[in-house]
Every structure is written in C-alpha cells, then in structure tokens.
Design a protein around this ligand. Structure first.
Ligand code: ADP
Ligand code: MG
Length: 254
C-alpha cells in the first residue's frame, strides 16, 4: 500500500451535549480499503461527513493527500476556508449515500456528467464519453437515457457510484451503500465495490456486510461510542477480536 491518503487526527464532535466522536485517529493509505463497523449511533456517518467537511468538527484535523480539509494553515494559526474552496476540496472526495441521492429530474447520463461539467468545466462531449465508460464499468451501459425512478435500487446505487467516480476522487466514502436495498440487490452493488477495490481505489466503507468486509477490507475498524475500539486486518478483528465490545457486536451481526 502507498502513501498516506487520508489522515484523521483527534477528531471530536458533539451535537449539543452529545459527544458523538471522542478523539478518532485514522490513517488510510493509497489503495487501501477500510471497512468501518459499529452499532447504530456509534458515530460512523458523522465520521464520514467530517472527512469531507459536511460536518465541521469541534477539535482535530482531517488531511487528504497532505492537504487540510476545511482549513488553511498560516504560521501556527488555522483559518477556515471559504465555502468555494471547501466545495473544490469536496470534489476530490467521492461520497456514496445510503439512499443514492441521485438527481431525479436528470437522466442517468446527466447525473454522471453534472459535476464534471459544472464543477470541473469539462467539455460536455468529453464528460459524456467518460460517463458512458463509467456506466459500462458498473454494468449499466444501456441505461444512460433512463431516469432514476425507472431503475431498481441496485441500479440506482451503481449510478451513484459511477457519479462519484466521475470526478476521479482521491478517496471514495460509502455510508451503508446497501442497507436500503432489497436483499437480492445487495450483491450487484457489492460486486462493483469489490471491482473498485481490486482496481486500487482508496475507500472507506461503512457497512454491516461482514462477509464483504472479510473478503475486501485491508483494515477493519470497529467504532463504538465515538472511539475506535479496535482496528486491524479482517482476520484479526472479525475472527479473533481482542476487545469484548467488538465480540459482543459481532455476535449480534454474524
Ligand atoms: P451511525 O452512523 O453510527 O449510526 P451517526 O453518526 O449517524 O451514527 O450518529 C451518532 C449520534 O449523533 C446519534 O446519537 C445521532 O442521533 C447524533 N447525530 C447525528 N447527526 C446529528 C445532528 N445533525 N444533530 C444532532 N444529533 C446528531
Ligand atoms: Mg449512519
């Protein structure tokens, strides 16, 4: 595995008096697949959202490829970036949501070309050609002209993955990408994620799919109560967990 791509240091986040992240450190290297497991409410979504500054943290820093997210350092002071600069940073961080979040009024092809054309000023013809290649990669070469509502959940999620890839992100974040799907559609989405993993895409995947984690993860992170309780290779964290809380969680989901 390569250089450090994502570097989280001492991340703290509260909502009101509820401290949801209580000092999270995490390093993800280029080409690494990190699967984050943890009970509902343990802070998994908040952590992903903190990485692309959708959630502003109270304490701690996030760096992607050596660049601070949301801040600029001058001397020993940190200045928050302007919204425009934050939006630009976000284009380097792909995000795939539980509920797909496709633009319902745009075709599949338009969903995939929207960001490259509007955020990157890619020529439309070039963006469309790339979008077609990405749709082929997720097995939807023939669906470019369809609207999201005409697709199954599994197909919509594969479009969402193609859309996230269109900006060639440095890291791809998945927040429970299959938990809104009917069971028979889970496999087709996980197969696409596996294919990306095999191709060296750097990813952080929040999921409850333990079989997928065992097969694809380089590192499994168990988050509970806003702290990383345990992390390591799947063969250790899933098959020989050291911490009683990891064992208790796994005994419920396996
Ligand atoms: P997970 O994804 O692991 O289920 P979340 O990160 O979504 O957990 O949430 C962790 C905790 O933070 C939960 O108690 C949730 O209610 C709370 N929380 C998340 N987002 C907000 C918010 N915007 N405002 C208030 N509380 C929030
Ligand atoms: Mg969540």
């Amino acid at each position: 595995m390569g250089e450090v791509m994502v570097d989280l240091r001492g991340i703290h986040k509260s909502f009101g008096g509820n401290e949801v992240l209580r000092g999270v450190d995490l390093v993800v290297r280029t080409g690494e697949v990190v699967v984050v497991l943890g009970p509902s409410g343990s802070g998994k979504s908040t952590l992903l959202r903190a990485i692309n500054h959708l959630e502003k943290v109270d304490r701690g820093l996030v760096a992607i490829d050596g660049e601070l997210v949301g801040y600029r350092r001058s001397g020993d002071k940190l200045h928050e970036l302007r919204e425009r600069e934050i939006l630009k940073q976000r284009t380097h961080i792909g995000f795939v949501f539980q509920n797909f979040n496709l633009f319902p009024h745009l075709t599949v092809l338009e969903n995939v070309t929207e960001a490259p054309v509007s955020a990157r000023r890619q020529p439309v013809a070039e963006a469309r050609a790339r979008a077609r290649a990405l749709l082929a990669r997720v097995g939807l070469a023939d669906k470019g002209d369809a609207y999201p509502r005409q697709l199954s959940g599994g197909q919509q999620q594969r479009v969402a993955i193609a859309r996230a890839l269109a900006l060639e992100p440095k890291v791809l974040l998945f927040d429970e990408p299959t938990s809104a799907l009917d069971p028979e559609l889970v496999g087709e989405v996980l197969d696409v994620v596996k294919d990306l993993a095999a191709g060296g895409t750097t990813m952080i995947v929040v999921t409850h799919e333990i079989g997928f984690a065992r097969e694809v993860a380089d590192t499994v992170v168990f988050l509970d109560g806003g702290v990383v309780v345990e992390q390591g290779p799947p063969g250790v964290v899933l098959d020989a967990p050291q911490h009683p809380r990891t064992r208790a969680f796994l005994s419920k989901v396996l």
